[in-house]
Design a protein around this ligand. Structure first.
Ligand SMILES: NC(=O)c1ccc[n+]([C@@H]2O[C@H](COP(=O)([O-])OP(=O)(O)OC[C@H]3O[C@@H](n4cnc5c(N)ncnc54)[C@H](O)[C@@H]3O)[C@@H](O)[C@H]2O)c1
Length: 389
């Protein structure tokens, strides 16, 4: 699985998520985008503007047309991830797959098994544990200066339910709704900071708007081996914004004070499915900007260790001990997606297992699945697929 040459990569599905990766593929000197496949013919017009990149209408055609391609990045709707990943790995291609990696834990484990059988790398990303403040929180925890991590509380209040969407995006059976789509980020952050070994979950999910049915909010408690615990709160109903607690900094690191927030222009429930899909496609190109002036803020994450607490600031981290407060300023030179591409390249070139491996992504996914089940059953549920960092 070692690669010492330029890695040629193809994109499967050039929608909102994949648009955001284009600058990062372009920026990495050892990664070259060579193909894009997407059955939406309009994507071809955009691909024509990308030098040295060929358009294909299907993954099958791209695999046939690009025999030299080393890896694919899969950013198709979540319910298609398993079939696309299996197809690519069986053709000998390494896979970077978007989060959540599949709809079900059993599909995710199938992907992990096929990666092993074919000797290909399976990685899951982007997710917000690649945000520089989260990576640095982890380093601070590991340094031991603040004692053992005890609690991680992450709160995110957004307009997720009212952004333009494909219909499946609100259906949790297809990997939709906030517990799969946004919980996948939160559980990844929490597990990353608590070193992975989550043991049980108790959760409550909420479907608050009959005009826009789907899981739009959750409250999840996660207990870890070793004594730490965490809460993930998400509310996607466009009321309160965590930007109001997070210095007006958006998910992608831009200043968005009340009044200029784009989420004030909600898509209306009166839109037809095809109008909404068009609105989603129109929004996709600028939805996730690349270089940002501030650190990305996926809600507010507060870490409590035995000897102090850590939280984000617009420029980095605030470390609060009993008698001191210190701000650590962090670089914004590499975006979170630059860091995903770096991890992919480093893993392939050095033959290393990435932190965000298939097994890791499957464990995040199990929490999404179990959180919904815990809410239905109104009880705590033990996790089966435990993976440490
Ligand atoms: N990491 C993040 O921050 C982030 C952000 C948004 C979405 N996502 C994830 O990315 C995935 C896609 O979400 P999205 O919002 O970009 O969706 P999208 O609808 O904007 O994009 C999906 C693209 O896949 C294409 N597609 C559909 N069937 C295909 C096929 N058989 N072969 C090739 N292409 C096909 C569609 O035409 C579309 O262009 C989801 O899993 C979602 O959870 C991640």
């Amino acid at each position: 699985m070692k690669a010492t040459k330029v890695i040629k990569i193809g994109i499967v599905g050039l929608g909102a998520a994949a648009q955001a990766f284009l600058p990062s593929f372009d920026k990495h000197p050892m990664v070259q985008l060579v193909g894009v496949c997407d059955p939406n013919g309009a994507v071809n017009d955009q691909v024509q503007l990308l030098q040295g990149v060929s358009y294909y209408a299907s993954l099958e055609a791209m695999l046939q047309g690009q025999a030299e391609m080393d890896a694919v990045y899969i950013a198709t709707p979540t319910d298609l991830h398993v079939s696309h990943a299996l197809q690519a790995m069986q053709a000998g291609k390494h896979v970077l797959v978007e989060k959540p990696m599949a709809n079900t834990l059993s599909d995710a484990l199938k992907m992990v098994q096929v990666a092993k059988q074919t000797g290909t790398l399976l990685m899951v990303g982007h997710s917000h544990s690649y945000d520089r403040p989260i990576l640095e929180m982890k380093k601070l925890i590991d340094s031991g200066d603040l004692g053992a991590v005890q609690m991680v509380n992450t709160w995110c209040y957004t307009d997720w339910m009212y952004r333009p969407r494909r219909e499946e995006e609100l259906d949790h059976r297809l990997g939709g709704g906030v517990t799969y789509r946004q919980g996948a980020h939160q559980f990844d952050i929490i597990r990353y900071l608590c070193s992975g070994l989550a043991r049980s979950v108790r959760a409550k999910t909420f479907n608050m708007d009959p005009q826009r049915s789907g899981i739009g909010a959750h409250s999840v408690f996660i207990d870890f081996e070793g004594g730490a615990s965490a809460t993930a709160i998400y509310n996607g109903y466009a009321g309160f914004s965590t930007m109001d607690m997070g210095f007006d900094i958006s998910e992608w690191g831009f200043e968005e004070p009340w009044g200029v927030r784009k989420w004030l222009q909600k898509p209306l429930n009166a839109m037809s499915a095809s109008e909404e899909l068009k609105a989603k496609r129109d929004r996709a190109k600028g939805a996730i900007p690349h270089q940002a002036p501030f650190q990305p803020f996926f809600g507010v994450t507060l870490v409590s260790c035995e000897l102090g607490d850590i939280r984000q600031t617009p420029r980095g981290l605030l470390i609060c001990k009993r008698n001191s407060r210190q701000e650590m300023v962090l670089s914004t030179e590499l975006s979170p997606r630059d860091l995903v591409v770096k991890e992919l390249y480093d893993s392939l070139s050095q033959g290393l297992k990435p932190a965000h491996s298939g097994e890791w992504g499957a464990a995040n996914l199990e929490i999404c699945e179990v959180a919904i089940e815990s809410s239905l059953q109104r009880k705590e549920i033990s996790l089966r697929h435990q993976v440490s960092l």
